[in-house]
Design a protein around this ligand. Structure first.
Ligand code: 5RP
Length: 215
C-alpha cells in the first residue's frame, strides 16, 4: 500500500474515532500521526469534550485544533481512550511505541472505561514482527542493557518523563511470555506489547470504509 493510501485510511479511521466522542466526555488521546488526525477531526466537529494528551505532540495537536485539555496528573478516570498502533495481529496482540509514548499511553488506556484502537488496514498483520519498543530507566542503563542483549538504543531524545528509548529484536512467537519477562526486568519502565484483553475494540479503515471490530 502506498503512503498516500495509508494516509487516507488513517484519516478515515480518525474521523470515525472522532464520531465516538460526545460533548461532556473525558477522553484520553494517545500519540502519533493517527491521533493527531483524531484531534484535527474533533476540532473540525467543534468537540466540547475534554482531553488528556499522552505526549507533548498530542497536546500541541489538540490545542491547535481548539480542544480543551485537562491535566492528566489530576484526572483519575476517562470515558474513552483513543490511540493508534504500529501493528495489530490476528490473535489480538498489538505493538505500540513507534512514537516512544507507550508508557504514558498504557497508563491512560488503563484509566479509561473504553479503549478504541484506531488504525488503517496496513497495521493489521497475521503475526507481530516489529521490534518491541522499550522505555528504559536512564539510571544504570548499562546494567539494564546487559539483561537485554538484543536491545538497540533508539537515536531519539529522552521521553517526556526522561526515559531512554530502545527497540528489542525479539522472538515474538509467544508475546505473552515476552511481555511477562519484560515486565519483570529491572530497569524496563515499559514495553510496547499490548495484550488482546486491552486491545478489545479496533476501528479499522479499509479504503474509505471504516469498521468497528470488537472481540
Ligand atoms: C506511539 C504509538 C503510536 O500509536 C504508533 O506508533 C502508531 O503511530 P502512527 O499513528 O503515527 O502510525 O504507539 O507511541
Amino acid at each position: 500500500m502506498g503512503a498516500r493510501e495509508e494516509d487516507r485510511e488513517k484519516a478515515a479511521a480518525a474521523d470515525a474515532a472522532a464520531g465516538l466522542v460526545d460533548d461532556g466526555m473525558l477522553v484520553a488521546l494517545g500519540s502519533g500521526s493517527t491521533v493527531a488526525l483524531v484531534a484535527a477531526a474533533l476540532g473540525a466537529r467543534g468537540s466540547r469534550a475534554r482531553f488528556a494528551a499522552a505526549s507533548p505532540a498530542t497536546a500541541t495537536a489538540a490545542t491547535t485544533a481548539g480542544l480543551s485539555l485537562v491535566d492528566a496528573a489530576s484526572t483519575g478516570r476517562y470515558d474513552l481512550a483513543l490511540d493508534g498502533a504500529d501493528q495489530v495481529a490476528a490473535d489480538g496482540w498489538a505493538i505500540k511505541g513507534g512514537g516512544g509514548a507507550h508508557t504514558r499511553e498504557r497508563i491512560l488506556i488503563a484509566a479509561a472505561d473504553r479503549f478504541v484502537c484506531v488504525v488503517g488496514s496496513s497495521k493489521l498483520v497475521d503475526r507481530l514482527s516489529w521490534p518491541v519498543p522499550l522505555e528504559l530507566q536512564p539510571f544504570a542503563l548499562a546494567a539494564t542493557l546487559e539483561r537485554l542483549p538484543r536491545a538497540t538504543l533508539r537515536d531519539a531524545p529522552p521521553t517526556a518523563d526522561g526515559g531512554v528509548l530502545a527497540d528489542l529484536d525479539a522472538d515474538l512467537t509467544d508475546p505473552g511470555a515476552l511481555a511477562a519477562r519484560l515486565d519483570a526486568t529491572p530497569g524496563v519502565i515499559d514495553h510496547g506489547l499490548f495484550a488482546p484483553d486491552v486491545v478489545r475494540e479496533l476501528l479499522v479503515a479499509h479504503g474509505d470504509e471504516v469498521e468497528l471490530l470488537a472481540r
